[in-house]
Design a protein around this ligand. Structure first.
Ligand code: ADP
Ligand code: MG
Length: 321
């Protein structure tokens, strides 16, 4: 089973940022309103994440680090209506198979925290100190798979990938406070707020001067966020964040709709900057198309495309006139 986990890790754990992504999703799934992420050496030597979510029951700790032990999908039917972000039940096991992992957790029924770690090669559990919530420390990533370790880039590059996932999570979860440190230096700190302030906080000085705030609804569809006309957008394509039901996506339908709106109103669609959150009924979108889960499939992609394009055209037209 360890070997199977290591093979699975090859798909799930491409680099430190993949670990960061999975652990952030778990913390958010657990209902955290405070998440602190500490990285060392681009995440290669340490990824340490603490949350104040629901925690894990003491008798489920060893299950949590076992393959296909998800607490999140209880039936096939549920799989078809996945609304929580993680569902495969193998992230922790995969990460643990290629690293040293220590998981400390406490739920609100427990009198103290419990800790499980694989530092000696097998899982060992003991009582520990800790508040309600979960802390997961992942150190020495790929210590036992040197071939994979060789593919890691410089600390700066690995860090930038980690920051990207951190940013994606922070944008989509403004109700949650986030802190990010690297080598003990605080890089980002976001207080809990609303989506508009979170966008401002995250983009900071990169917030386009002529940002247009978007807020459209049509039936069960809602589109909120920020777009920016290309004439003031600098020639850069890095502020491009689209979410469907809080999940970050790179989706052809969404991208095409955005470009259509820009092209129709402004007659070109170069480097549009945007942070957009589309909300639609969970049955209308299949999120299991791609293992990396940035692609989705819409049941009625035509209607979604039209809604996004029309909404953005209205917003862009307001400022263009
Ligand atoms: P999945 O998220 O797909 O269920 P994971 O391997 O990521 O699988 O996590 C396994 C299980 O461990 C989760 O289903 C959840 O019950 C528990 N778990 C992991 N991280 C946390 C956390 N931060 N807070 C509470 N429970 C967690
Ligand atoms: Mg998960």
């Amino acid at each position: 089973d360890h070997l199977i986990s290591q093979i699975a890790a090859g798909e799930v754990v491409e680099r430190p940022a993949s670990v960061v992504k999975e652990l952030l999703e778990n913390a958010l799934d657990a209902g955290a309103t405070t998440i602190t992420l500490r990285l060392s050496e681009g995440g290669k030597s340490l990824i340490d994440i603490s949350d104040n979510g629901c925690g894990i029951a003491a008798n489920e700790l060893s299950l949590a680090v076992t393959r296909h032990a998800t607490s999140k999908v209880r039936s096939l039917d549920e799989l078809e209506h996945v609304e929580s972000m993680g569902f495969r039940g193998e992230a922790l096991a995969s990460i643990a198979s290629v690293s040293h992992m220590r998981l400390t957790s406490r739920n609100d029924a427990a009198e103290h925290a419990m800790c499980i770690d694989n530092l000696n090669g097998t899982w060992q559990t003991r009582a520990a100190a800790g508040e309600v919530g979960t802390r997961i420390e992942v150190s020495h990533l790929y210590f036992n798979t040197p071939a994979r370790r060789k593919f890691l880039k410089t600390d700066a590059t690995e860090l930038s990938h980690c920051v990207e996932y951190f940013t994606r999570a922070a944008l989509a979860n403004p109700h949650c406070a986030f802190t990010l440190t690297h080598n003990d230096k605080t890089l980002e700190q976001y207080l809990a707020t609303d989506w508009q302030h979170r966008i401002k906080d995250v983009l900071g000085k990169n917030l386009p001067e002529h940002a247009i705030w978007v807020h459209h609804t049509s039936g069960e569809l809602q589109l909120i966020g920020m777009i920016c006309p290309p004439d003031v957008a600098r020639a850069r394509a890095d502020i491009q964040y689209a979410y469907i039901n809080q999940r970050f996506v790179r989706d052809k339908v969404v991208n095409h709709a955005i470009r259509t709106a820009y092209a129709d109103v402004l007659h070109h669609a170069r480097f549009p900057a945007y942070v957009l959150f589309l909300d639609c009924p969970a049955q209308g979108v299949d999120v299991n198309v791609h293992p990396a889960k940035t692609e989705v499939r819409f049941r009625e992609s035509g209607a979604i495309h039209q809604f996004i394009a029309n909404s953005l055209k209205k917003s862009l037209a307001q400022t263009a006139s």
